[in-house]
Design a protein around this ligand. Structure first.
Ligand code: GBH
Length: 480
């Protein structure tokens, strides 16, 4: 049998690992006006992602309790022009319209999050029926449109009434109880859950750098403890879902692991990238997927290392059904003759980036994200739980939003994702960030990540060029 190439494997996919792409001879099809397309495996799950505080609004409605992001965004000087998520995309009221946007794309899956304090206003204790009903309505609307919901339990909007937030071990326990509650209430209609989103953002950025809620700058020992409570919460969440959800419910997490790409694709640098991946994610993904903290991490932190109680690491390492990766930007490494065995290369000032200054463009990041995580930890399934970019979108006189830069970003990432799929890595789906422009945390409404434009004065949604392109990509199950 002819070896499948990247272009043909999707049609015959048995997803066995195959050699890297060979250049196919130019066939008559390729000589025609339509370029050959790179196919994804049959049944690949295409969708979009959002998060509660970024889209819902209705911050004060139907008994929702405050979260640390309400407090933070209402504190002078913390967010761009004092922007808050009070209204955001008003998806609390407009969710049917948002499901229509997904339906129009023919999306198969949708990643959304639950606002913990909407369903448990105090974080623990008495539930808020009206809040829970909202999520039931959204999920039912999705299912009625043949869109499978993938639900994140925690995307940073921690209930404000939990004393000391993630500094307290009790918060990890509270998260477990909240996960159990959601599993009992929603697993009849939600079959896939993510526990937490992006450890580094709700720990380091929130308690060390102070850029995200609650905006603290703690010392190294305290930060390591916050990190530990984060991964512990994830593990308790996994166990709570397994114990309380209907059989067949699946659970994973959504993590923006730091992705290390070999600067040159040669053996020694490829191995350096693996070492860097393990070390560079030691407090988070490495701990979750290995059920332990690396000795090198504990040694480096010394007296500041996290205080771990008996049994914690087993909980943290609870087996998962899938790993979700939020992928945006790469680090480049090369092999080095040093104890670490690798070094991370600084970026030149000319390295291209999108309007978000942190969002450097290196599309091969998505291939290496999947490949490194697969090689090191062999998860059963991988989902890209976020990928996308900000762009300086402008509505032209004719009403079009020609986001050609975002299209370039997305197309190139998908080509590299297809490379991973064609080599047999178990990537099962892709959630584009984001369905629509939304509240971009400390950047407020100044950065747009949507494939639908939102006029925040009127709440009007307009598909951008990338929505048209994504619809065609989904329809063809391939990229070109
Ligand atoms: C994701 O984070 C989030 O999950 C999502 O909610 C968000 O809307 C999306 O990305 C787009 O940002 O200002 O230099 O300190 C992506 C990872 C980590 C990117 C924190 C921004 C702040 C960098 N994010 N980072 S900096």
């Amino acid at each position: 049998m002819r070896k499948p190439t990247r272009r043909t494997f999707g049609k015959s996919v048995a997803a066995a690992p195959v050699a890297a792409a060979m250049l196919p001879a130019i066939s008559s099809a390729q000589a025609s006006t339509t370029p050959a397309r790179l196919s994804f495996p049959q049944g690949f799950k295409w969708g979009c992602a959002t998060a509660a505080y970024q889209i819902e609004g209705a911050a004060d409605e139907d008994g929702r309790g405050p979260s640390i992001w309400d407090n933070f965004s209402h504190t002078l000087g913390k967010t761009f022009q004092g922007d808050t998520g009070d209204v955001a995309d008003d998806s609390y009221h407009l969710y049917k319209e948002d499901v229509r946007l997904l339906k129009n794309l023919d999306a198969k899956v949708y990643r959304m999050s639950i606002s913990w304090s909407r369903v448990l206003p105090d974080g623990t204790g008495k539930p808020n029926g009206k809040g829970l009903d909202y999520y039931k309505r959204v999920v039912d609307e999705l299912r009625n449109n043949d869109i499978e919901p993938y639900v994140t339990l925690f995307h940073w909007d921690l209930p404000a009434s939990l004393p000391h937030g993630w500094q307290s071990r009790t918060t990890a326990k509270a998260f477990g109880d909240y996960a159990a509650f959601i599993a009992r209430e929603l697993s009849d209609r939600v079959h896939n859950f993510f526990t937490t989103n992006e450890f580094v953002c709700f720990t380091d950025l929130s308690y060390k750098v102070g850029q995200f809620a609650p905006g603290l700058r703690l010392d190294a020992a305290q930060v390591n403890q916050v990190r530990h409570h984060g991964v512990l919460a994830h593990g308790l969440g996994v166990q709570a879902i397994r114990a309380n959800a209907k059989p067949g419910t699946r659970v994973g997490l959504a993590e923006n692991a730091t992705v290390f790409a070999p600067v040159i694709e040669e053996k020694q640098h490829v191995e350096a990238a693996l070492k860097a991946t393990r070390q560079g994610n030691a407090p988070f993904l490495t701990a979750v997927l290995e059920g332990k903290y690396l000795e090198s991490y504990l040694e480096r932190e010394g007296a500041n290392a996290p205080k771990v109680e008996a049994g914690d690491m087993k909980i943290i390492g609870s087996p998962l059904d899938f790993v979700g990766l939020n992928v945006y930007t790469p680090e480049y490494v090369r092999a080095e003759d040093s104890p670490a065995g690798y070094s991370v290369l600084p970026r030149q000032s000319s390295f291209p980036h999108m309007p978000s200054p942190w969002l450097f463009v290196g599309p091969e990041v998505i291939y290496w994200a999947v490949r490194n995580v697969s090689t090191l930890w062999k998860p059963q399934e991988i989902y890209i739980t976020e990928n996308g970019c900000s762009a300086d979108d402008v509505v032209r006189a004719d009403g079009c939003i020609n986001d050609t830069d975002r299209l370039m970003y997305l197309r190139n990432h998908l080509m590299h994702l297809q490379r991973a799929a064609s080599e047999g890595y178990p990537v099962k789906g892709y959630f584009l960030w984001s369905l629509l422009d939304n509240y971009e945390w400390a950047d407020g409404y100044s950065k747009r990540f949507g494939i639908h434009y939102v006029d925040f004065k009127t709440q009007k949604r307009t598909p951008k060029l990338t929505a048209e392109w994504y619809k065609a990509t989904i329809a063809a199950n391939s990229v070109a």
